[in-house]
Design a protein around this ligand. Structure first.
Ligand code: FAD
Length: 471
């Protein structure tokens, strides 16, 4: 494997940020023969116990796994995963029911520790002589016209400038390169940032004294409550990381008015009594852990000529409700790799091709993630949604090669892009809901008939959308 005849010898790539995307990118570029220098603002998470800052664990699925296969890490990553076959939904009385993610048993998502996965990627990247990772170095700005970056070393307190043939910024939602594009005003740079009215706070369910899980291990637990929700994902040590998604200002209970122990307890007693019973540490967690905002960032272009490129959250931060931010960031690396395979002659063409292939898909997952925010906190509890879900499960089980729900298309079908998954999935959703509402299908009908009706209706919706110029 070579890094592309077109580019010539020993190209030096500077990567800003050694998070999930940056460490994977460093590994892949080293495998392709590039010289890679990575600068990370935080200390080495393998040596210092730093809080991840956000989501301790994440849902890892097929698109992310596609990237692990690319770099030969599928088996090692599997060892870090806890399969979650479905959502375990908890009502206010503590009743639960499981709604699987797919009717195909081999399709499930996984809970994985951000720290463990990042450490594995760093270890594997550092096995290559061509990779050099410096921690405690914060990028302050990027001169994208000269392809240089200004860093501050937090240990020596000194500033220094690095240059490279190309700079790729994988420095997350607050990207220094993106800021330099915006502030530089040297080209037409479009940028939008939209916050949700909701923020999140991480809490925990600790293991039982013997190390066992206090709740069912192989599910993503959800307590949907209409305008807010609680979720929990399992960790290898027997604990769960719990996340409360709640409005800052609206509703009877919100982050701004949950200011006393009594109020927090009352809120949990009313809304999440079964979770509260598993969380004797609730109040400590609640008042120790930060409340953080959630938002979507879209921008373009991602690259400046052939000098610099944004990837991962730096290019497209999304809200976490489809469990796809990391998966999309990993898929970015696969997509760039495919463009490098084309043997293009210069970086500008490589970056341009990559962005024109990729942006439509990251825009789509950004929108899908917002949709899922509403679905998870509300719809999963509604009868029609549950009936639709039941039918889709049955269709997936009965016709594994013919039917895939929107969730499956997004999460388990790594062969189509997010945009295609969105268009098809949305049309299918609309089709099933129309047919159910009009009484043209029911969950007791013959499944072949249901499949045909759904396919027909989906096709006519897609055709109408095409005529209206919507897809
Ligand atoms: P990051 O992980 O943010 O990494 C950026 C790195 O750059 C960090 O190491 C940072 O320290 C470093 N850095 C930042 N600025 C600088 C600088 N100026 N100089 C040098 N270094 C710098 N995704 C999923 O797929 N599944 C999930 O279930 C999921 N759940 C989530 C839950 C929550 C609450 C949140 C907030 C996100 C969730 N995500 C999930 C999204 C996921 O966390 C991100 O998409 C993913 O971390 C993006 O990786 P990244 O490497 O692009 O950015």
């Amino acid at each position: 494997l070579s890094f592309g005849e077109g580019l010539g010898e020993a190209q030096n790539v500077l990567i800003i940020g050694a998070g999930l995307c940056g460490s994977l990118l460093a590994l892949r570029l080293a495998q392709r023969g590039f010289n890679v220098n990575v600068y990370e603002m935080r200390p080495d998470l393998r040596k210092v116990d730093i809080s991840a800052g956000r989501s301790i664990n994440l849902a890892f699925s097929d698109r992310g796994n596609k990237a692990m296969k690319l770099v030969g890490l599928e088996d090692k990553v599997k060892g870090l995963c806890i399969p979650m076959n479905g959502r375990m939904i908890h009502d206010t009385h503590g009743n639960t029911f499981q709604s699987n993610y797919s009717g195909r048993e081999y399709e499930y998502i996984n809970s994985i520790s951000r720290g463990d996965l990042n450490a594995l990627l760093l270890n594997e990247a550092e096995k290559h002589d061509k990779v050099n990772i410096q921690f405690n170095c914060k990028c302050k700005s990027v001169n994208f016209e000269n392809t240089t970056a200004l860093f501050k070393d937090y240990i020596s307190k000194k500033e220094f400038i690095e240059d490279a043939d190309v700079i790729i910024a994988t420095d997350g939602a607050g990207s220094a390169l993106r800021k330099s594009y915006y502030l530089g005003k040297k080209f037409l740079f479009s940028f939008s940032q939209a916050y949700l009215t909701h923020g999140y706070k991480e809490l925990s369910i600790l293991p039982q004294p013997n190390g066992d899980f206090k709740a069912y291990k192989n599910a993503l637990h959800i307590w949907p409550r209409g305008s807010f929700m609680l979720i929990a994902l399992p960790n290898l040590d027997g604990s769960f990381t719990v996340t409360l998604f709640l409005s800052y200002e609206e509703g009877q209970y919100n982050f701004n008015n949950l200011t006393t122990k009594e109020r927090v307890l009352k809120f949990f007693q009313n809304e999440f009594p079964d979770a509260l019973a598993l969380m004797p540490n609730l109040l400590d967690d609640f008042f120790t852990n930060p409340t953080s905002p959630l938002g979507t960032i879209k921008c373009s272009p991602w690259h400046y000529k052939g000098n610099t490129l944004l990837m991962g959250d730096a290019a497209h931060a999304i809200v976490p409700f489809y469990g796809q931010g990391m998966n999309a960031s990993f898929e970015d690396v696969v997509e760039l790799d495919q463009v490098l395979d084309q043997g293009l002659k210069d970086w500008e063409t490589i970056f341009k091709t990559y962005e024109s292939n990729r942006k439509k898909d990251t825009d789509a997952i950004a929108d899908l993630a917002i949709d899922n925010f509403h679905e998870m906190k509300g719809h999963v509890n509604q009868a029609i949604f549950q009936e639709k879900r039941k039918l889709e499960m049955a269709l997936e089980k009965e016709f594994p090669n013919e039917y895939a729900s929107k969730y499956s298309l997004v999460t388990f079908n790594e062969h189509i892009g997010y945009r295609e998954a969105m268009l098809k999935g949305r049309a299918q959703d609309k089709a099933i809901l129309n047919l159910l509402t009009d009484g043209l299908i029911t969950s007791n009908d013959d499944l072949k008939l249901v499949l045909n009706r759904v396919k027909q209706e989906t096709k006519s919706i897609l055709d109408d959308d095409r005529i209206a110029g919507l897809n």
